[in-house]
Write a protein that binds this ligand. Structure first.
Ligand code: FAD
Length: 479
């Protein structure tokens, strides 16, 4: 697509239409679905939603916006949980949807890499890797609709981080459209490259505030030969932490998942989605905590099973685990994971909640949860905690929902106070207020309270250097 010069006789919208074709510049009703986030917590307005189909078209859009001083809001699958992809309500911004940049450009099985465009759906990338006998391990409940660009921009984590790392660790190269509309061709498939500052790591996790990610070179891994999955019923959070330690020792790098779920989260899932079942009867079904544990073995089914049964069996004998159900088939494995992945959906059905995506050292987790639960009940009697997440990474979704005596409005009116109570406690145990979801607009004003002032200053300087006009996703991450 040839460069379109913005001139005074053309409106900004005309120029965008000339660059992309009118059908890819949405306004009015067609643009509305892009203006609200997945949780229905943030609503904005934009001049238009533009849908470029190539990197050159993305660059043309950003150049036009830079010339006009128009804010650019990159958007992928719009599943983010911090309002990062939602514009403000001024109606000045252009939402830049990456959904049409959805080609898998190539796979190099000798190098174990895959080059994909930013708008590829995560699940499509996982399936493409499987087709060539490889694993792309990023896995999260929104994988059917989130995009690689959004995963990169938020440095997404998910359920396999304890073995494979988060999105930053799964990425070797990037293609970027800068805030000035230049294209940085950084799609290197190299595992070693010490040639100066690591710009790749700067763009990953920048939530669209420094530039637009248009493509990436991703790392692939060997497909496991066998997987074993179990749901463990536990008497206490201390037992969950003790079991994690046993699993780490017993399985080493084969431990690929350790997800914690509060009992009432699972009860809520089976109540709202009657096709799902908790695979325990009697007192085990009533226990306060459950953990989903997964082992991925590179030798054989028999080898996996033996290791698995030894570690889980020993834990039951030692009284660390109260009960366990081991998946006997792929269908049962999927059913167990489905229970875990349905928690955010059940939570959404129950109404708006107050989210915390925190990480604390695993060694402090049990005490943190116990003391913070008590402090919350003291300050806001009758609220409900919704606790689940990636215990293996020290990352919990420690959410707060309304109890029976609360209305949604009453709960949301206390959001600031609830955040402050939880985040102060997270900070006091050396934790982070955003483990994997990012900052967006949700935690923009909170961030300076918990981050080192020098670190904040450096972040502002980086923003000013890479986006001097401040057009890239303004009002997100930094105030
Ligand atoms: P969007 O929501 O469209 O955007 C998110 C941010 O990235 C915005 O700031 C946006 O401006 C920016 N952005 C998007 N695309 C680009 C691009 N190409 N270039 C530059 N900036 C861009 N997250 C986890 O980490 N782990 C989980 O386990 C997890 N579970 C989830 C479960 C559910 C049910 C839901 C709804 C969400 C979950 N999330 C989780 C959050 C979310 O899915 C991830 O953050 C995901 O990576 C966002 O991808 P997206 O394409 O939807 O991005």
């Amino acid at each position: 697509m040839a460069r379109v010069d913005y001139n005074v006789n053309m409106t900004h919208l005309d120029a965008l239409r000339a660059a992309l074709g009118s059908s890819q510049v949405l306004t009015g009703v067609a643009a509305q679905p892009y203006m609200t986030d997945w949780r229905d917590r943030y609503h904005g307005q934009a001049l238009a939603v533009v849908r470029p189909g190539s990197t050159n078209e993305v660059a043309a859009v950003v150049r036009l916006c830079a010339e006009a001083g128009t804010p650019v809001i990159p958007q992928g699958g719009n599943t983010g949980l911090c309002g990062g992809a939602t514009p403000d309500d001024s109606g000045r911004a252009v939402i830049l949807s990456l959904q049409r940049l959805n080609r898998i450009r190539g796979t190099d099985t000798d190098n174990d890499t895959m080059e994909v465009e930013a708008g590829c759906i995560l699940q499509t990338v996982q399936e493409a890797a499987r087709k060539v006998g490889r694993l792309f391990p990023l896995s999260l409940a929104a994988e059917g609709s989130c995009t690689i660009g959004g995963n990169l921009a938020t440095n997404a984590g998910g359920t396999q981080v304890l073995r494979y790392g988060n999105m930053r660790e799964l990425t070797l190269g990037l293609e970027i459209v800068t805030a000035q509309g230049e294209i940085w061709h950084g799609l290197r498939g190299l595992r070693k490259d010490n040639t100066g500052y690591d710009l790749r790591d700067l763009y990953i996790g920048s939530e669209g505030t420094l530039g637009v990610i248009t493509a990436a070179t991703l790392k692939l891994y060997a497909l496991p030969v066998a997987r074993c999955t179990t749901l463990l019923a536990l008497d206490s959070l201390e037992s969950a932490v003790a079991m994690l330690e046993r699993a780490r020792r017993g399985f080493g790098a084969s431990l690929t998942g350790f997800e914690l779920m509060a009992g009432d989260c699972l009860q809520d899932v089976v109540r709202r989605f009657p096709q799902q079942h908790l695979p325990f009867d009697g007192p085990s079904a009533e226990l306060p905590w459950f953990a989903l544990l997964e082992l991925s073995d590179s030798e054989s089914e028999v080898h996996a099973r033996e290791r698995f049964e030894t570690v889980v069996g020993d834990a039951i004998e030692a009284g660390v685990v109260a009960d366990a159900v081991i998946a006997e088939s792929l269908a049962q494995t999927h059913a167990l994971w489905h229970l875990r992945e349905s928690i955010p959906l059940a939570e959404k059905e129950a109404g708006k909640s107050i989210k915390h995506d925190i990480s604390v050292p695993v060694s402090r987790m049990a005490q943190f949860v116990q003391e913070t639960n008590a402090a919350l009940q003291d300050a806001f009697p009758g609220i409900r905690q919704v606790i689940f997440g990636h215990l293996g990474d020290g990352n919990l979704h420690y959410n707060v929902a309304r109890g029976v005596d609360w209305t949604e409005d009453q709960l949301l009116a206390r959001e600031h106070d609830v955040h402050a109570l939880v985040h102060d406690r997270v900070s006091s145990v050396g934790g982070s207020i955003s483990a994997e979801h990012g900052i967006g607009q949700l935690k923009r004003d909170t961030l300076p309270h918990y981050k080192d002032p020098v670190e904040m200053t450096l972040m502002h300087r980086i923003k000013a250097a890479l986006d001097p006009q401040g057009i890239m996703n303004p009002g997100k991450v930094l105030g």
